[in-house]
Design a binder for this molecule. Structure first.
Ligand code: ADP
Length: 428
């Protein structure tokens, strides 16, 4: 196990190591091979025959100053010729003696070197002996400062090592996606991280954990559904028995409790049926504007008030009863979780690219960031201190979300000022 775990570490270490090695080696090699002296040597070597020929034809046996100037102009170099040591078309050209002291013998043909601000090259054994000089100032900048080449090389190596490390780390993305999927409730999601042995092991462990989680949650849900199912008949029988109680006060109190239990049981069963797609939607063309107005009318006089922003018409193919239920839940919550000084609740409808977007925005207690992803989970209720005595069973939003999903839409929530905004998207 320990040896296996080391592998990824070694790989990353080796990648860093080789990258560093290649960068250092490459930069050293580049700066060595791009030295101006080397460039000069290459240029002279390439043109050696040409230079000798030019030397002979242009200068002749006894070169004079005018001819040497002409040569200098033609080749754009300075030149010192044996027998004319005193002559120089630039003042501070090194003497033959100084050149000889600094020279590096490159090949059988060439002598090259650098003296003060001059790079020079001479052809060995030529007669008369001549040395060409190029001033550092005349040398092409790109050759003197091979920074561009070095920078390009370093960037290339960095890009390659970045891509390599990203490729090595890519399974982390897959795992992260798995974590998001599972935490958003998709318990059937499994990861496929076969990249390296280490990630494969993590992937297998992750999938095993997801298997166990799915089994546990499914068992819990089945138990809850079965218990709810089994409770229905006894509740009905208790209701009948309670009707026979002589004490009216006690009877009313028990009936109220029974009613709550019946609602809870009905909501639990409804929630599971909706999630499993066991509720057949009765879809028909519906004018969403009328539907929203109809629901909002029932909240006439509510505090805070409800303001609507609707187009003239909006037709969608939905189950009107179920969508009404969603709207009622959202508006009911917006009213329920409002504060005494809350601004009016906004209900708006607008057309997106190919969907209808219904927004219910309130200025109430709001939802904390940590609750945002869980608010649609069955039985989830946000911090009760924020909503004292208001929260119900925490099933309304779970059912609403399942209804919207069954329509091929989406129900999401986001924070809006201190309140929140629910967005219900329905296909056109
Ligand atoms: P219930 O309201 O019956 O508890 P819901 O499923 O409708 O159940 O809501 C779940 C939880 O989400 C609520 O308990 C509440 O904490 C939070 N909630 C829902 N709507 C809002 C809202 N508009 N503002 C603040 N919190 C809300």
């Amino acid at each position: 196990m320990k040896r296996r775990g080391m592998k990824l570490l070694i790989k990353i270490f080796l990648t860093f190591f080789f990258t560093a090695l290649v960068i250092i080696g490459g930069v050293a090699w580049l700066s060595h091979s791009l030295q101006p002296e080397k460039q000069l040597s290459r240029i002279v070597e390439k043109n050696a025959l040409l230079y000798i020929e030019a030397l002979h034809t242009k200068l002749g046996v006894n070169p004079d100053d005018a001819k040497m100037n002409e040569l200098y102009n033609d080749l754009n170099v300075s030149v010192r010729i044996e027998g004319h040591e005193a002559w120089a078309n630039k003042k501070d050209l090194p003497t033959f003696q100084e050149v000889d002291e600094q020279s590096e013998h490159k090949s059988d043909l060439l002598v090259v070197g650098k003296y003060r601000s001059y790079f020079y090259a001479g052809i060995k054994n030529s007669s008369p002996r001549a040395v060409w000089f190029i001033s550092a100032n005349d040398f092409p900048r790109g050759l003197l400062f091979p920074f561009v080449a070095i920078a390009a090389f370093v960037l290339l190596i960095l890009a390659l090592s970045f891509l390599t490390i990203r490729w090595m780390m890519s399974p982390l993305k897959v795992l992260l996606q798995g974590v998001h999927k599972i935490s958003s409730g998709d318990l059937k999601y499994r990861v496929r991280a076969r990249h390296t042995r280490e990630f494969q092991m993590i992937g297998e462990a992750f999938n095993k954990m997801a298997d166990n989680l799915e089994k546990m949650i499914t068992a819990k849900e089945r138990l809850l559904r079965d218990v709810s199912h089994e409770l229905r008949s006894p509740l009905t029988r208790v209701g009948v028995a309670v009707d026979l109680l002589p004490d009216e006060k006690l009877k009313a109190s028990i009936q109220e409790d029974l009613k709550k239990m019946e609602v809870l049981v009905a909501e639990i069963l409804e929630s599971y049926r909706m999630r499993e797609g066991a509720v057949a939607l009765k879809k028909s063309p519906v004018n969403l504007v009328e539907l929203i107005q109809h629901v909002v009318e029932d909240y006439h006089g509510s505090v805070p008030a409800i303001k609507v922003n609707l187009p003239s018409a909006a037709e969608a193919n939905v189950d009107p009863m179920q969508i009404e239920r969603v709207l009622r839940n959202l508006i009911e919550n917006a009213v329920k979780y409002s504060l005494p000084d809350s601004a009016p609740i906004q209900v708006s409808l607008r057309k997106g690219f190919c969907e209808w977007q219904i927004k219910v925005t309130d200025d109430g207690v709001g939802i904390e960031q940590k609750d945002i992803t869980q608010i649609f989970e069955p039985f989830y209720r946000a911090d009760s201190a924020r909503t004292p005595g208001k929260a119900g069973f925490g099933l309304g939003l779970a059912i609403a979300k399942n209804i919207v999903i069954a329509h091929g839409g989406q129900l999401t929530v986001s924070r809006h000022g201190r309140g929140c905004e629910f967005l219900c998207v329905l296909p056109c």
